[in-house]
Design a protein around this ligand. Structure first.
Ligand code: FES
Ligand code: MG
Length: 574
């Protein structure tokens, strides 16, 4: 099937009789285009999250040119739209606060402008889910161009992972093992090229999810950002979107329940970021697919971790993963766990897409008989402390802490934690359980990545590098440790986490998938009756809107009015 020019959505803007079409044609002459350059052609919106402030996307200005080259080659008409940039490093309090804003911007741009399909450029953590959530709601044909990982970092003969080694060396500095001179060198060594974090952090996890969902060109997600192959992939994406528009292959035909199950299996088998749990649930919701924490827990038990990439595995980085076969190579090892007969943007089926995929290094992408971990990288916990669930990346935790009972040390908010954690008066030992409250979706707001609470200085100096930590926050995909995250419902709205007091015993048992507060129910009821909600962090503005409408972690932290099903009229419909 091939759409005729008058069947294109953009035809309503340019191709009809009447004043409006005449005016749009006149304004397109103003843009410098002749009628034969654009009339009747598929119009491709190139949504670009490039910005001077975003080192992960700083090369995307060039890549957009490559995408446009591909669109022109295939007979389309490309139009670039600058959209919000979500820089994980620079945007405070957390870009998670703005994921839904970019999703909303994406959806509304695609709906309100004369666009037949979209190429989405992004990759730094929240950009991938945001762009795909918005595009799924707009439901046009779309191709995602992942920004690609930066090159591996280097320092004094060691290979560095951008986030993971930053935490590690910062702890070394706090423990007095290295000084300012070393830190100065590390500043230049940790992140040495454009591109997103090159560990299996949130960015690499989510772009891999996009690839297995079927919305990128095959093998796209691991191409290093500055590799010439990245330019070629961008141009190929531009050519492909024009065909997708002509075939009228909308995202809703690609983003199916089966596709999301495969994405969950993949991120778990990659030992990927815990953030993927929230984002995949939110993305699935936009596609009308119900995905739950239970899906993650069920699939985690079926798939082993095969990617030997930091921080979940190690010691490799994304460039090693790419040259070992990339995601197609990885997927070729778990084909029995995938739905191979579903369509992708690039091929009629995933099976076709993976034909010929090979692994070139069995240490980087392990064989099933020799996994990095026998089961998926994220476990879902339940119990009286988290009735709606919590998650832990147990493969990045010290094994002796995976079953642990200890007394809580409670911090009511992040600033109090920062101010007091090194206070000797608290008497914190390695057996204590650090608890952070009020860092969830509404309480943060935006669930900042506070979940890897720092180990107190005096314990670091004794060589303690991990403790049980519990919060309703998230943690960076490049972080590690025994950190229980995404506790739902969050403490700010009176979830049981709000009722924990210093000295209460808490039991974590990952094998039993359980997290318990060892306090009698009657006592908890008494505390609940006394509990009052903390004051609102934002009295006005976007933060206030966010706090009012954001959903809990177990349902993806979307806005209620964006997540719910329902029709939105096409702007030309009435
Ligand atoms: Fe952008 Fe890590 S800071 S991906
Ligand atoms: Mg991150």
């Amino acid at each position: 099937m091939s759409l005729r020019p008058e069947e294109l959505r953009s035809h309503q803007w340019w191709g009809t009789d009447g004043l409006r079409s005449f005016s749009h044609r006149a304004r397109t002459r103003q843009l410098g285009y002749l009628p034969e350059e654009h009339l009747g052609k598929p119009v491709v919106a190139v949504l670009n999250t490039w910005s001077d402030i975003n080192p992960c996307h700083v090369h995307l200005r060039d890549r957009a040119q490559a995408v446009k080259r591909g669109v022109w080659q295939a007979g389309g008409f490309p139009l670039e739209f600058p959209v919000s940039t979500l820089s994980e490093t620079f945007q405070k309090p957390t870009p998670m606060l703005y994921r839904n804003m970019l999703a909303m911007e994406t959806e509304e741009l695609l709906r309100s402008y004369p666009v037949d399909g979209a190429v989405l450029l992004g990759g730094c953590d929240k950009s991938t889910p945001a762009l795909l959530m918005g595009a799924a709601s707009a439901d046009l044909p779309a191709v995602f161009v992942p920004a690609g990982p930066m090159l591996p970092g280097h320092w004094r003969g060691e290979t560095l992972g951008s986030g993971t080694d930053m935490w590690k060396y910062w702890d070394d500095k706090r423990a007095g093992l290295i000084g300012d001179c070393e830190m100065g060198e590390l500043e230049s060594g940790l992140a040495r090229s454009p591109g997103h974090c090159m560990t299996m952090g949130t960015a690499s996890t989510l772009t891999a999810a996009a690839e297995v969902l079927g919305v990128t060109m095959p093998g796209a997600s691991s191409i290093p950002a500055v590799d010439s192959g990245h330019d070629r992939m961008a141009a190929a994406s531009g050519r492909r979107i024009v065909d997708l528009i002509r075939e009228d292959l909308k995202l809703s035909r690609i983003l199916t329940r089966e596709a999301f199950e495969d994405a969950v299996t993949t991120v778990l088998g990659l030992g990927g970021s815990t953030n993927a749990v929230i984002h995949l649930i939110a993305m699935a919701g936009r596609a009308g697919v119900s995905l739950t924490l239970d899906d993650f827990d069920r699939l985690a038990r079926e798939v082993p971790v095969l990617a030997n990439v930091r921080p979940g595995g190690g010691p490799y980085l994304m460039e090693d993963f790419h040259f070992a076969g990339g995601l197609p190579g990885f997927l070729s090892r778990i084909t029995d766990l995938l739905h191979l007969d579903r369509p992708t943007a690039a091929h009629a089926t995933l099976r076709e897409q993976l034909a010929g995929a090979l692994v070139h290094d069995d240490d980087v992408i392990r064989v099933r008989e020799n996994p990095v971990a026998p089961e998926g990288g994220v476990a879902v916990l339940r119990g009286n402390l988290c009735p709606d669930g919590a998650v832990i990346k147990h493969i990045a935790a010290e094994p002796h802490l995976l079953k642990h009972t200890g007394p809580a040390v409670v911090f009511p908010d992040y600033r109090t934690m920062q101010r007091t954690i090194n206070d000797p008066e608290l008497g914190i030992t390695a057996d204590h359980v650090l608890v952070l409250q009020n860092a969830g979706p509404k309480g943060g707001p935006g669930m900042p990545e506070y979940g890897m609470l720092p180990i107190p200085d005096h314990l670091l100096k004794q060589g303690v590098r991990d403790m049980v930590r519990i919060s309703d926050a998230r943690m960076s995909g490049t972080s590690y440790g025994t950190c229980v995250l995404h506790v739902a419902p969050e403490s700010y709205i009176g979830g049981p986490l709000a009722l924990v007091r210093t000295g209460d015993l808490i039991t974590l048992d990952v094998e039993a998938r359980s997290l318990r507060l060892e306090v009698p129910d009657e006592e908890l009821e008494r505390r609940r009756a006394e509990w009052t909600a903390p004051p609102e962090r934002y009295e006005r503005g976007y933060g206030a809107l966010y706090s009012e409408y954001v959903t809990q972690a177990d349902t993806g932290c979307d806005f209620t009015f964006l997540a719910r099903p329902g029709e939105v009229p096409d702007p030309y419909a009435g």
